[in-house]
Design a binder for this molecule. Sequence first.
Ligand code: NAI
Ligand code: CS2
Length: 487
Amino acid sequence: MRLADATLNRLIDAAPPAYDRSAVRTGVVHLGIGAFHRAHQAAVFDAAIAAGDPRWGIAGVSLRSAGVRDQLVPQDGLYSIVVRDGDAQRVQVCGAIRTVLVAPEDPAAVVALLADADVHLVTLTVTEKGYRLDPATGALLVDEADVAADCASLDAPRTAPGFLVAALARRRAAGLAPFTAISCDNLPHNGRRLRQAVLTLARHHNEGLAEWIAAEGAFPQTMVDRIVPATTDADIAALAARIGVGDRAMVKTEGFSQWVIEDVFAGPRPDFAALGVQLTADVAPWEEAKLRLLNGAHSGLAYLGGLGGVDFIDQLVAEPAGRRFVERLWDEAQPTLTPPPGLDLAAYRTALMARFANAALQHRTRQIAMDGSQKLPQRLLETIAARRRAGASVDALGLAVAAWMRWQGGVDDRGESFTVDDPLADRTAAAYAAGPDAAARVEALMGIEAIFPAELSGDAELKAMLARTLAAIERDGALATMRDLAG
Ligand code: NAI
Ligand code: CS2
């Protein structure tokens, strides 16, 4: 028996949506209907509806594959949010998703949806690479095939910026206000970069449209935080045994959740503050603290653990050397931060370590290791640049980067090959294979301008330090090198 409207009354030990789903209207379109959206933003919109505001139903859009659509539609859009903190577990069935479209199957239907008068918010989780931006500069990659196609015509958009521009043009022609476009990805300056990508593309089509979007549109910055590992078949089987119905669209996550949004909107929105969402004029200090502390440590652990054959993040911090490595990295990163008002960094670090240690999540090092070329600049390289400018040490940050470098070789410390999942994998693999020794490999990898800014690639002392660390990883293994550093 599958989760659906008709089987909600069969649920065991799971909370069904606390409202009449037939009264819900679609006010949000979400691009990139992956696991994170379902555990984070959708949970907030579900709470808004349950609090009595039926305008915030969600239409999901996958810009690539039909997988999630085929999981959700047979379940009437219903799915479970499984919250696991250690031994404690609770299940909430989310009813906010009303439909899911697959854009390549019918791009015109997606544009029509985005142009609907009831739609006021567009949220996005298309991963760091899904914006088609240069990771170093943030500029739209206009030479990339899909972007170039969208620059030429928006009759059948292919990219996230393409869909937004096509729909905004339609809204303008219909005399409707723009929607508010809310990037919910771990992208630095996410709102500003999305706005820039949309304006660049709009200018390829109509200067007046670009000016209208610039004047009337809203692209708030956000900081988003909730750890949501990919769902496994074992998770699905365990849930079915618990709640009595099958749910192929479930997501698993932790109790913690945070959403900080710049208070800039083009039109209606839910009472976010009443829903626990932080509205602020300045998101930057929140974003920086989260990207440099949580995500910086995540990436370091992912490459060190992945090379060492460790599957899950919690297993790494269960080891004293793993914890000490994280603490060292935070000791290096913390002085580069301007903490947001009200954030106690010591307490934040303690809570983060407890979140990493949550064994019930089984967060795979390999999942976090994906797309390193898109993640390193904001998670590690900007921190290193700030430390170098201050003449301060970067031992733990450098170890994380050297482990990423080793990862580009596609062979772990046991000699087993793996696929490097990254849009720039061809270039990084070629750079890693370029030289006879670690120093040459560092030189070649740091020559990739899309990842490493000139400030770092021109820093001979830093390069020498990275070469020594990479050589140690290649000789002794990643975990041994981590233990040496952490003492
Ligand atoms: P996921 O793999 O479940 O979903 C990724 C979504 O992005 C899918 O809908 C996929 O079709 C789409 N996508 C991937 N590449 C794309 C591209 N090139 N163009 C357009 N769409 C593309 O991953 P998940 O867990 O939902 O994470 C997605 C993003 O959410 C992350 O990259 C990150 O920026 C953000 N995030 C994730 C958190 C997590 O713990 N999973 C927490 C905080 C933020
Ligand atoms: C992780 C993030 O996969 C990754 O890159 O570091 O998805 C991380 O789980 C989130 O940012 C937590 O909010």
